[in-house]
Ligand binder design. Structure first.
Ligand code: 6PG
Length: 256
């Protein structure tokens, strides 16, 4: 059952998301000695990364025990403006004391198939150290996702064959149509996302209102949008949405 948290604006949403992430992270470190966190790409999470880079979070969460992964990546150099790694590097990684060995970006300087294999190997080697593999899939403590105006999430786009992947953890997604950027992608698959302990979506802006309404209200649609397929079998989903994105929903109590 998805939980929806309503916020008046992106700023208050980001503050609440940081509090939630820190809560999940501290609990993971206490219980399992580390926090396995999959980051979202795109622009919406950048406010969250910037807030986490502030002094406060380092007093609460010891970055020494945090492992960062990416949910998807564009097949561009890490210094390219479209790189999801670059966004996190500039807003967060340069400002917190996280061990380099705990940063696990999706490789991009190989063929997409080789990069997917490399990322699988990295995930497998890090997560199999502890009890990080459950049901034969990685169990991340937190997977953070965005929502595209077309209902995609990570790099799982409508009508993509990747939506039907049942075994591979990481796949290459050729991407030569809207939404931009028109670059090939590498993405985690639904079996991995749906094996997570906690999933959060961060959704802001009126351009997401149509997709959000369809995802949250479509029930058992014959052709669900990709984000509607995110249903962790033994985990939680919390939607952090601002008023503009929630325009089509019967909004609940607003966090003021
Ligand atoms: C990506 C993201 C993608 C993103 C949505 C929303 O690499 O583009 O993983 O799934 O979360 O497209 O993007 P914005 O936050 O920029 O609206």
């Amino acid at each position: 059952m998805a939980i929806i948290e309503f916020f008046p604006d992106p700023e208050s949403l980001a503050v609440a998301a940081v509090q939630y992430i820190l809560k999940i992270g501290c609990r993971a470190v206490e219980e399992r000695g580390r926090f396995l966190w999959v980051l979202a790409g795109g622009s919406t999470p950048l406010k969250v990364y910037s807030l986490l880079a502030g002094q406060g979070s380092s007093q609460i969460l010891d970055w020494e025990y945090v492992h960062l992964f990416w949910g998807d990546e564009r097949c561009v150099d890490y210094q390219h403006p479209d790189s999801n790694f670059r966004s996190v590097q500039q807003t967060l990684l340069e400002k917190v004391r996280i061990p380099q060995a705990n940063i696990h970006p999706i490789p991009v300087l190989f063929s997409p198939e080789a990069a997917s294999r490399q990322y699988y190997d990295r995930i497998n080697s890090v997560l199999s150290e502890g009890e990080g593999l459950i049901n034969g899939f990685p169990r991340f403590d937190l997977v953070m996702l965005g929502l595209g105006a077309d209902g995609h999430t990570a790099s799982l786009f409508p009508s993509s064959p990747a939506l039907h992947e049942k075994h591979r953890w990481v796949v290459y997604v050729p991407h030569d149509q809207k939404p931009p950027p028109l670059v090939d992608r590498i993405t985690l698959t639904l079996p991995v996302i749906n094996n997570a302990a906690h999933v959060i979506f961060l959704v802001t802006g009126s351009n997401k209102a149509g997709a959000l309404k369809q995802v949250l209200s479509e029930g058992k649609s014959a052709d669900p949008l990709p984000a509607a397929l995110v249903q962790p079998h033994s985990g939680s989903v919390v939607w952090f949405v601002d008023s503009a994105a929630a325009a089509g929903l019967k909004s609940g109590p607003q966090h003021t």
